[in-house]
Ligand binder design. Structure first.
Ligand SMILES: Cc1cc2nc3c(=O)[nH]c(=O)nc-3n(C[C@H](O)[C@H](O)[C@H](O)COP(=O)(O)O)c2cc1C
Length: 214
């Protein structure tokens, strides 16, 4: 099986939000798709180990905020490389509540869904959500998964369904300075060794010291 084939599938980049009791939480997901238009239905695949998974199961609802090319990449660091088990991901994030679920302002639109079915795979739950509210927030270009990799230079952690495909890409690359937290590859004009110590990863905001040579 040639796993590089999977790299030719296209996706967007979304924040999937839900509730942990009263507390909003959520994670980044690329694996969202519209299943049918009437009634409007969305599917999203969430890893069993993600805190968000159990929270969606308990709440029975989730929202999907659509990231744009101008969205703060730090949001992907917060929601995609940390766990709601350990941090309040919505602290300092501009959000508003729709149908009880927090939605990110820094997005071009949102959908709120009630879970109507779910299917377990060995690693992920596929949630099927009927859309109960949706709106366009800004006229900005939605971020594609390809843009996240090619322009933001971000990577996907092991809980993303596309993880193995990313490993294939990394294996092929030459020596680089890479953020050990989120996988961002430094591509600045000056050699990484000469970058000021105050430098922080543009995706996950971690310090220069977490970068490793690969
Ligand atoms: C670009 C990107 C795409 C991701 N896609 C998915 C996905 O589709 N499904 C999933 O379960 N995790 C995905 N992840 C991983 C989760 O966002 C990540 O494991 C997160 O830290 C889980 O947080 P939680 O424990 O608070 O739920 C993705 C991460 C990134 C950065």
């Amino acid at each position: 099986m040639n796993k590089n084939t999977f790299r030719n599938l296209s996706y967007g980049v979304y924040i999937i939000s839900t509730l942990d009791g009263e507390r909003p939480t959520g994670c980044v997901a690329n694996s969202a798709m519209q299943v049918t238009s009437s009634p409007a239905t969305i599917a999203v695949s969430i890893n069993h180990d993600n805190y968000t998974n159990g929270c969606i199961k308990k709440t029975g609802k989730f929202a999907l905020s659509i990231m744009t090319e101008n969205s703060n990449p730090g949001l992907i660091g917060t929601f995609g490389f940390q766990s709601g088990k350990d941090v309040n991901k919505f602290d300092g994030v501009n959000a508003f509540v729709k149908e009880g679920i927090s939605v990110l302002e820094d997005s071009c639109g949102y959908m709120v869904c009630k879970v109507i079915d779910q299917m377990e795979t060995s690693t992920h739950t596929v949630f099927l959500g009927e859309v109960i509210d949706a709106d366009v927030l800004k006229k900005e270009e939605p971020m594609t998964y390809a843009y996240y990799h090619k322009v933001v230079k971000g990577k996907s952690p092991k809980n993303a369904p596309t993880y193995i495909a990313e490993e294939v890409e990394v294996e092929k690359k030459e020596e680089k300075w890479v953020c050990s937290i989120c996988g961002y590859e430094y591509r600045g004009e000056i050699p990484f060794e000469e970058v000021p110590e105050q430098f922080v990863c543009p995706v996950c905001k971690q310090p220069k010291s977490v970068f490793v040579k690969k």
